[in-house]
Ligand binder design. Structure first.
Ligand code: ZN
Ligand code: ZN
Length: 179
């Protein structure tokens, strides 16, 4: 069992290795990373955002075509939305093991603050581990410091630790054992 990450060419360059190592240490499963091979779809001109559901369709089609069983996380730069939400940090489709995370709203620059790679690495790591957590069967958690807490703002994301709470960790172990 391992997780694979596709790092899109527009996503922050040079951060794929630290992010994949940190996600691996949070979920305690090997993580591999490569350039993205999924067709970017779902861009909506009027909103300058990508419809995350359409992009998940594209990931799903790729996985199907390549008979790819392992969970796949795509990291992109473009801002994401889904129906009913002005934006989403990321989205997962557990049934097919496909997830996407956007780095767009995870950078300090987006909020007019000074650029900092360590902040960006931490945030992509937490969002990535969160979506992978969904792919491994976890639901949202009410512990604001747990990776599976659903953040609505950057501050809520920053408040989370780079780890699962005890309850989520136990759930994860059960899911992984039962396959
Ligand atoms: Zn979630
Ligand atoms: Zn939790």
């Amino acid at each position: 069992m391992h997780i694979h990450i596709f790092w899109d060419s527009l996503a922050p360059p040079g951060l794929q290795l630290p992010v994949s190592r940190k996600i691996s240490s949070i979920i305690d499963i090997p993580v591999t990373v490569s350039e993205n091979h999924v067709r970017m779809m779902g861009y909506v001109d009027g909103r300058k955002q990508i419809d995350a559901q359409v992009l998940l369709d594209s990931i799903q089609a790729y996985k199907h075509r390549h008979n790819m069983i392992v969970p796949l996380l795509l990291v992109v730069q473009q801002d994401l939305f889904k129906n009913g939400n002005s934006f989403v940090f990321g989205l997962a489709r557990q049934s097919v093991g496909a997830a996407v995370v956007s780095a767009s709203r995870l950078s300090n620059e987006y909020y007019g603050r000074d650029e900092n790679d360590d902040d960006l690495i931490d945030r992509i790591t937490k969002e990535g581990a969160h979506e992978v957590g969904h792919l491994l069967g976890l639901e949202h958690c009410c512990d604001p410091e747990c990776v599976m807490f659903k953040p609505d703002t950057l501050d809520e994301l920053d408040r989370k630790k780079k780890m699962f709470c005890t309850t989520c960790r136990e759930h994860l172990a059960t899911h992984l054992i039962s396959g």
